[in-house]
Structures are given as C-alpha cells and as structure tokens.
Design a protein around this ligand. Structure first.
Ligand code: BES
Ligand code: MN
Ligand code: MN
Length: 464
C-alpha cells in the first residue's frame, strides 16, 4: 500500500489537470442540445479508463444517454466490486451567479469549482485515480472491479433498470460501491446507510379558455394562479405536516435506537440556520432537524409559473397556472403510490371553478442498506485509514434511484461511500469539491479495495 499511496501523493497535479478536462465537458443530461456533449463525456471516460489499464472498456447504448462499462477481473478468488456513478450533471443556470465559468474548473482556496465537481464527475474520478495507482504499480488489484457510469441519474435514471436487467451477468458482483453522496461535515468521514425516495409531479390548473382582460373579466372568473397557490398552501398544516391524504400510511417509524444515534451526532440547529442565512428553521413538529431531513417525508414546491412576469405591468387574468411539486419519500413509501395519492388529493381539493391536471414526471424509491455487512465494515476501515478518523453512520435526504433497483434486480446491496460536503453547492451555482476530500477520497478508495477481501473472508465465515 505504501507504493500506492505515495504514487497518489506524487501525482496530485496531473490528477487535477485530468479532472479539469472531464469537468470541462458540459454533460447536462436534461438538455437535448447537449446530447453530443453527453456522448463526448462517455468517450472521454472510455479513453481514460483504457489508459489507466482497465479492460473490456465499452460504451453501451440505452434508449437515452449511453452507459460506460469497464472491468478488471484478474483477482482470482477475490470479491468483485461494482462501482456505480453518474457522468451527467445538472444544468448550470443561473450562470450569472457563478464566480468562474461552470465548465472551466478553477481552484480557489482549498476547493475546485465546476458543475459536476462534487456531483458526481469529481467523485467518479476519485475511483479511477485509485484504480490507476494500483494498475500503474505492479499491474494488479487486490479485488475484481467493474465500473458502470450512467448519464441519466439527474433525470431519474429512467432507462437504467432495463439496462441492468438486460445485463445481469455483466454486472454480477459481490458488493456495489457508490460515491455520490457526502460526508457529515469537513473532517467527519461517514458511511451513509439510507437515502430518501422521490415523487416528482407537475400540476396544471386551467381556468378560462384564453387569457382575459382583467378589467373586463375580473370579478366573474376564478384566477388559476390564485387557485393553485391556495391549493399549494394547503398542502401543509400548521404543524408542518403534509395534508395529502394517506401520505404517512407507509412511513416507517423511527426506532428509539436510531433517534438516539441521530442525537449523538455533532449537529447544531443554530449554526445550521446561520449558514443558510436563516433566523429560524422550519419543518414538521415533533421531529429534530436530522430526523426531518433523513427519515421523514417532505413536500416542496420546486417551481411555479403563470400569467405575466415580464417588464412593467400587464393587466391579465391568466388562463393557466403551473407548478412543479416534489415529495421526498422514506421507507416504506412507494413513489407510484404517493404519486397516485397526490393526484387524487389535488383533484379532491380543486374548486369547481377550474380544472386540474396532475402529471408524474419521475421518481425513485427510498433505500435503506444494511450496516453490518462486510462491504460496510471495509468502508469503515478504509475511511479511518484515508481520513485518520473513525467514520460515523448517517442517512441522507437526497435520492439515488438505482440503489433499490440494484437490490431488486441483482440482489446486491450498495455501500454509500460519499466524499462530498453538504455545502458544496450541488445543483446550485458555484458547485465545488474540497480538495482534501478529493485526495482523501482517492486514498480511501485505494484502502477500500485493499481491505475488502479480508472483511469478505471473515464475513463469509460468520455467515456460513
Ligand atoms: N448525488 C445526488 C443524490 C444525493 C444528494 C445523495 C444529496 C446524497 C445527498 C444525486 O445526483 C441527485 O441529485 N439525485 C436526485 C434524484 C432525482 C433526479 C431522481 C435528487 O436527489 O434530487
Ligand atoms: Mn449525484
Ligand atoms: Mn445530483
């Protein structure tokens, strides 16, 4: 391991130049004009993976953006790790708010700024560099490795479950490792064992069959914007609970032990509120902030539009109003069921003066992964070696839809080994990755590959 770690140390500068190249390609999966850039990113990864010594490198087609696959399978008798990540990123807008251009990765202080730096191109690169360190120093790995990088995570991974079910043999592995989440805080490495799910909806309220003069018609017609905003406002009660009928039916109750474990984490509401520029936090009554973030469902309006928003005044009574509303889900809620309940609820509360359409855009299931598996034990050992500190266990509020599909289709649990930080502006202007965590992540990944076989053996013995 010494040689591996000093190789990593001595190649910092080149690693940075390379990751900047990867971050320079605007791989925004949601924008069709960026389709060629998606392909370019897949090609870049393919070439890079070939160059570091991975084998069987290929771009595999889906109905959407392609998947990049590679492996190295010469560690006979050793466990196989399937490493998943996504090379697509969120749109860069509002681009004016970036200090330096989103696709010109720039180091400022101890951070590297670019769209995708933390979510997730920077984190997939961490694994590639750890692999390189082994393959360029003796040419072997202590484990078998398979990579699957997809290009549609940020748009819901719609085509990936089908791909996985059609490539079960190719993807066969003992453990899945995903670096697409975060650490609890700077200097506090963590293993994540749960993610929330998602049900993303669009609502369209239609009033009159055309925009109307608000003087000639105001007073006789119910304004769709006013109807929609009132409906949205009614989706939470005075205790911050969601009013959608049936919302909490399948919510798994937090155990006493888990609540106690959350309380032990180094968390401070005041500091958190201050970091967000808030005087006070908000949320469901009866739960702590971490409980609300990690283990309770939430409902957010993500966008709302209608009527006139241009310069100056326009006296219009709009025909339509729209909103995007998403719900974060927790075990044992199902996105399809919640989407149905939401539609039913919106129709039930809609007044007769308008009509309402509800569409389900995308979603994913909540995930909870075992913490006592050999894969997680190896992660704990690797994080301690990589960051010099014992990691803590945490959940996350975000979603990675494929985690539950991997379990369902391949029968494999995922280990969530994240190197991001909660304040790295993922999905926002000025996204960055902290460079200590980037390089600490590379070392941790290297330790992980090295540690896993031992834990695998002892885990097997115990279970046998
Ligand atoms: N990497 C995130 C998920 C994440 C966020 C994990 C925060 C842990 C902490 C992922 O790229 C993401 O943004 N997922 C989407 C899923 C959606 C598009 C289906 C999300 O959570 O909004
Ligand atoms: Mn991500
Ligand atoms: Mn994301």
């Amino acid at each position: 391991m010494k040689k591996i770690l000093s190789y990593i140390e001595s190649h910092h500068d080149r690693y940075l130049l390379e990751v900047k190249e990867l971050l320079a390609i605007p791989s925004v999966s949601s924008q069709s004009e960026r389709k060629p850039e998606m392909r370019r990113t897949a090609e870049w990864l393919k070439n890079h993976m070939k160059n570091i010594g991975l084998q069987n490198v290929q771009i595999l087609e889906t109905e959407g953006h392609p998947v990049v696959y590679a492996d190295w399978l010469s560690a006979v008798g050793k466990p196989t790790i399937l490493i998943y990540g996504h090379y697509d990123v969120q749109p860069e807008d509002p681009v004016d708010l970036w200090t330096t251009p989103p696709f010109e990765a720039t180091i400022r202080g101890e951070n590297l700024y670019a769209r995708g730096a933390s979510d997730d191109k920077g984190q997939i690169f961490i694994h590639l560099k750890a692999i390189e360190a082994f393959l360029k120093n003796g040419g072997t790995l202590p484990v078998n490795i398979k990579f699957i990088f997809e290009g549609e995570e940020e748009i819901g991974s719609d085509n990936l479950p089908k791909f996985v079910s059609e490539h079960k043999d190719l993807l066969k592995a003992d453990v899945i490792v995903i670096s697409d989440s975060g650490m609890f805080a700077k200097g506090v490495p963590s293993v994540t064992y749960a993610l929330r799910g998602l049900a993303y909806m669009e609502v369209e309220v239609t009033g009159p069959n055309s925009d109307l003069h608000s003087g000639s018609f105001g007073g006789s017609v119910h304004n769709p914007i006013q109807v929609l905003t009132k409906m949205i406002a009614s989706l939470h009660d005075k205790n911050g609970r969601i009013t959608v009928k049936g919302m909490y039916d399948d919510v798994r109750t937090l155990t006493k032990a888990e609540r106690a474990a959350f309380k032990k984490l180094p968390w401070n509401d005041k500091t958190y509120a201050k970091s967000l520029g808030l005087k006070q936090l908000y949320g469901e009554k009866g739960f702590t902030t971490l409980e609300r973030l990690w283990a309770r469902p939430t409902l957010e309006c993500n966008g709302i539009w209608g009527g006139y928003t241009g310069e100056g005044a326009k006296t219009v009574l709009p025909s339509k109003a729209f909103a995007k509303i998403s719900m974060r889900l927790v075990p044992d809620q199902s996105s399809a069921k919640i989407a149905k309940l939401f539609e039913k609820h919106m129709k039930a509360i809609a007044p007769k003066t308008i009509s309402v359409k509800v569409r389900y855009l995308n979603g994913g299931e909540p995930a909870i992964t075992p913490v006592d598996s050999p894969g997680v034990k190896a992660a704990v050992a690797a994080l301690e070696k990589g960051f010099g500190k014992k990691p803590l266990y945490q959940r996350e509020g975000g979603s990675i839809p494929i985690v539950v599909d991997f379990k369902r289709l391949l029968g494999i649990d995922s280990v969530l080994l994240g190197f991001g930080l909660p304040d790295e502006n993922a999905h926002a202007p000025n996204e960055f990755i902290n460079l200590d965590n980037f390089f600490g992540g590379i070392k941790t990944a290297a330790h992980y590959y090295n540690e896993l076989p031992q834990f695998w053996k002892s885990g097997k013995k115990k279970n046998a």
